[in-house]
Design a protein around this ligand. Sequence first.
Ligand code: AMP
Ligand code: MG
Length: 349
Amino acid sequence: MKMFSKKMPLICLGILGMAGLLFTGCGQKSSSFQKVDTAMGTIVSQTLYVDGQGQEVSREIISCINQLEQELLSWRLPESEIYRINENAGNEEGMEISPKLAEMLKACLEVSSASQGAFDITIGDVVRLWDIDSWAGAEDISGFIVPEEEAIREALKDTGYEGITLQDGNLIMPKDFQLDMGAVGKGIALDEIRELLRQHKEVTGAVISVGGSVLTYGSKPDGSVWNVGVVNPLEPSENIGILKLSGEWCVSTSGDYERYVEVRGERYHHILDPATGRPASGGVRGVTILTKEGLYSDALSTACFVLGVEKGMALAEHFEAEVLFILEDGEIMMSEGMKKYLYLSNAGK
Ligand code: AMP
Ligand code: MG
């Protein structure tokens, strides 16, 4: 038995020229500040270019992520809205939810509908059944049990985004349904961080990675582009290439190498196909999405992983996102627009 967990951000931050103190063209001082923390159960890496000190903003960013998890998105923490929604499943009256969460859920349902359920936040019961997150990276995985077909069928009965109703801030969820925001949480964090950075005019540029999702913001003092590496799922310590980006972007990656358990040569990873209740197995090893909003980049990376190349390309286009697929044999397929940003490692571009 082998196991592996890649909780480190697998899109690495290719930040070049990281001197402690940099100078902008207009003579203003801009210092670069770097920090790596853990939040939302993953690694958060920050590089901030600040006219002044970066520590305080950096702390606020971590608080913002923690608050998002504790107050809105966690299925584990009793004070979060998602937890209370899950507790309230089966209440025919439904439950009033905050306008902020309502907006997020609306966007999630939009992606569910456009992806014909390949992305589905009502998949909570099936995620709990597999429990990959608990086992991936564990020293001893002898207790990991591949769920029985019957158990998967049962859990699947309590899923299906079409079963929930969201109207005027009221959410009605059938009995035993459980929401899981794992596929969008990191992307939502990027959107929140961007809003926070906008309030801090002293931050002139930033690149922030929350797990597999990266936000680029503003610009570097020397005007050069942001470099965001795209991991090779076949060799996760290497990049297949670099995305060269100017200004604000969100880049999310979903891959079968991020969190998985391997039993007798079979890999059970954390991205489930809601149609089967099993790890998605459409021949894709990794998907990277490039778009302006984190919620969408994250939701779409998961959806495209499940859908595979043909349907995934169409879905990304529908949301005006760029997409890159890495297939089992290492072949790389991408949208036309993605080609403008990607510099392949072995292409000598
Ligand atoms: P990501 O790494 O962004 O692709 O998200 C994977 C996480 O989202 C898993 O750990 C589950 O918590 C959850 N998840 C797995 N499969 C799906 C799916 N098809 N739709 C929505 N959420 C999912
Ligand atoms: Mg995702």
